[in-house]
Ligand binder design. Structure first.
Ligand SMILES: O=CCCC(=O)O
Length: 492
């Protein structure tokens, strides 16, 4: 274990055993957790096997009747305990993220702060779960009633890019609704999941309410399939690629599970000629460099009005030169590595493909560290629809730019995708802003906002191939974990 992490009580091995499964680990496979900033292992963990998965599901099913019967106020108090524990352990969680994901310390802290917006929000949401009473529109002696009930044990599959925030968002939604959970983190980022699970346990969630299974790189598909096909699991929530989302949906079909799928994004970023160009271009750089571009809501395709294109490109190039690449633990680092060597290879392929098809490539002058999975921030100008960078998520610090001349053309270019998770528009014309909000094919839109467009207060989710179901928001995120039962009552 890395020296910075080895004394953290959140990573206490005996607690892990209690959370992650049995003490007899014979016959289990082990796997390395890597530090992407150095390309070396941080530690070796034991993966769960299918028997552990069965036991975790059994525990979640056994605990469900008792946990779901706990009054909402008590569930809210458990969530409040958890929220306080995350606050108290913010710094330790951030350090785990630095070594496990490679993100710079400030970004890691920001991820934990972001997670806290959800733990806090769902303390309140737990008490706001209400059905409806409706008078019949045709029969004066009939009333209709609905009640919301937790759906049952839930499987949660979390991604490696925001392993704390996205686990917390899903876990607190399910637990607030009264569901028990079985969580499988990505094999790249099990440590932060175990640390959060540790805090949930310390917060007082009863035995069986929170269960973790750890998958190795090799047995991830088998464990995912076991969770999808098991009829004791009533709902699956997943964040990850569209390809894997489709596969999980197929595997869930025989048991007709409720699904929340947060999948890939090929978001557009429109800068009109009447925008605050400096602010829009600066926000684009920040958007694309958040976690080195490994964010589903980052703008994969930027479209800039031809009259301001040169200015925008210059601002971006200047800012890319001011970046310091390095290990997340170094105070001077402003941009970390990619999560994996595979990701680094894909980014290189995307740059080569764009160059071969005619893009102008500008590479940041920042020096590249000699080890770790780093990719230099790169500006690709003159991008076209046939380039990989306009067809697939790069998940890398690549800023891919094309130009447009009319609003109509901008909308057509932006909507030329079926993965419209998040798009962004910059203009000072408020009527145009409104038109873009309505016309862009996206699950959510940044209107003169280039930073994060997701928040606890609003529902977040995609359209088309970027998924379905909502996370967070007033009632929306909670209802994903509940069924609405209706009744008809005679008062005659
Ligand atoms: O990668 C997806 C991150 C989505 C979010 O910011 O909530």
């Amino acid at each position: 274990m890395n020296s910075k992490l080895k004394d953290l009580t959140l990573l206490d091995g005996s607690d892990f055993a209690k959370i992650a499964g049995g003490s007899d680990v014979s016959g289990h496979e082990s796997f390395d957790v890597m530090d992407p900033g150095s390309g070396t292992p941080i530690c070796r963990l034991t993966a769960s096997n299918l028997k552990d998965v069965d036991e975790a599901i059994h525990a979640a099913k056994q605990a469900f009747p008792t946990y779901s019967a706990i009054p909402a106020r008590e569930r809210a108090m458990l969530l409040l305990n958890f929220d306080r524990l995350v606050r108290d352990n913010l710094e330790d969680l951030a350090w785990i993220l630095v070594f496990e994901t490679g993100k710079p310390l400030e970004e890691a802290r920001a991820e934990v702060q972001y997670a806290l917006t959800f733990s806090w929000w769902f303390v309140g949401e737990a008490e706001r779960i209400q059905g409806q009473v409706v008078k019949s529109a045709t029969n004066p002696s009939l009333r209709f009633l609905t009640v919301l009930q937790p759906v049952g044990p839930v499987a949660i599959l979390t991604p490696w890019n925001f392993p704390v925030a996205l686990f917390v968002r899903k876990a607190v939604s399910a637990l607030a609704a009264g569901c028990t959970i079985v969580v499988k983190p990505s094999p790249e980022t099990p440590l932060s999941t175990l640390a959060i699970a540790n805090l949930l346990r310390r917060a007082g969630f009863p035995s069986g309410a929170v269960n973790i299974v750890l998958a190795s790189y090799r047995n991830t598909p088998a464990i995912g399939q076991a969770l999808c096909t098991d009829s004791r699991i009533k709902k699956l929530s997943f964040t990850g690629s569209t390809r894997v989302g489709r596969l999980l949906m197929q595997q869930c079909a025989p048991t007709l599970k409720k699904l929340t799928l947060e999948l890939g994004g090929l978001g557009a970023y429109l800068i009109f000629s009447d925008a605050d160009v400096e602010a829009a271009a600066t926000a684009l750089v920040a958007n694309k460099l958040r976690h080195a571009g490994q964010t589903c809501i980052s703008a994969q395709r930027a479209f800039v009005h031809e009259s301001v294109l040169d200015r925008v490109l210059k601002i971006i190039a200047d800012q890319l030169d001011r970046i310091t690449l390095g290990h997340g633990a170094d105070a001077s680092t402003t941009l970390g590595p990619l999560q994996t060597e595979r990701g680094q290879q894909k980014a290189r392929e995307h740059i080569a493909d764009a160059k071969a098809k005619g893009a102008t490539v500008y590479t940041s002058k920042a020096s590249l560290p000699s080890s770790g999975y780093f990719v230099a921030p790169t500006l690709l100008a003159g991008c076209t629809a046939d380039m990989l960078v306009f067809q697939e998520e790069s998940f890398a610090p690549l800023i891919n730019v094309a130009s447009f001349s009319t609003e109509q053309e901008a909308v057509a270019l932006a909507n030329d995708t079926d993965m419209g998770l998040t798009s962004y528009v910059f203009t000072k014309d408020s009527a145009r802003l409104w038109r873009m909000f309505e016309q862009l094919k996206a699950g959510n839109v940044g209107l003169n906002v280039g930073g994060s467009t997701t928040a606890a207060e609003i529902p977040f989710g995609g359209v088309d191939q970027s998924g379905f179901g909502k996370e967070a928001g007033i009632g929306a995120g909670l209802k994903e974990y509940m069924t609405e039962k209706s009744a008809t009552m005679s008062i005659a």
